[in-house]
Write a protein that binds this ligand. Sequence first.
Ligand code: PEP
Ligand code: MN
Length: 363
Amino acid sequence: MSTETLTQKSKTNWFRKTDVPVVISGPCSVETEEQVLETCKRLKATGKVDILRGGIWKPRTRPGTFEGIGIKGLPWMKRVKEETGLPITVEVAKAAHVDACLAFGVDILWIGARTTVNPFAVQEIADAVRGVDIPILVKNPINPDLALWMGGMERFRAVGVEKLGAIHRGFSHIGEKFYRNRPEWQIAIEFMRQNPDTPLIGDPSHICGRRDILKDVSQKAIDLGFDGLMVESHIDPDNAWSDAKQQITPEVLGDMITSLKARQTKENDEGAQGSLDYLRQEINTIDDDILNLFASRMGIARKIGEYKKANNMTILQQKRWNEIIEKVQAKGVEKGLSKEFISKYIKAVHDESINQQEEIMKG
Ligand code: PEP
Ligand code: MN
């Protein structure tokens, strides 16, 4: 990673010792001894990876998909650690997983998104690590609920876990699937505000669910001042037993990390949250979100275009259009936006929808 100076939050913590974010990588699932060993050796060879991950127990959304190799994969992870000299991290979802990981020298445990949603499960794991000096990383829950994420963190703090961190892996949503899990960056930003000393790691793999936007999402996390990245890697991504679409080979991962720009942090008297660069980053984030929303809106407009074409309807439905203008203007004024701006905005959006629908009608 090359470095660039950016006035932002300045911090090092138990996880990140320098301005360069920490990189965690490894396969979504541990499949065979050869697969995990080769993946991890090649990751080590890139010189860009600090910690190796491997999923041993996989809490899958649907039964009948690969649910993890289970405990027999732990000796393989131990071998990975011995042969690469790098620390290893494994997901745990219950107390028995914690005991097994501790027996095989796992260095860091992480809590998956499907576990963070369940306070009983989190508490069971917290009780199992009481009095054990092992770092824990808590993924955000599947649903966009900051309080539930905070609650998970608090359960580990309460049992005395000192090396605690969090992983932002995006949030489940209905509708458009540009992201597999929508980043909802403002939730991550609020998490940082409420937990200024807790390391936060970005998980672009589970946010993206695809390879082509991994780099942009990784850079965004770094720009926002995240302490590290967790990116899935596999020697044969297309044939991975889980999350095949989002994994990349160790060499592609190495190149991607090299191409990212780390931000050098600088003390700022106003406090990080008030700095101009930080606020600009927030604006960039919101602008990206707006663009994505426009793209989704136009996608739906095109579907409506198909319906109108099939039913021989005109594009412009005057009654519907009047309703939209009135509703949006009233809402905008309520939010402190000028009537003039709203009217220009909604007309521009409407024009674009009509153009997109015309394309469909012509086609
Ligand atoms: C994983 O890291 O492979 C995983 C299952 O992620 P998540 O808990 O974020 O879905
Ligand atoms: Mn995965």
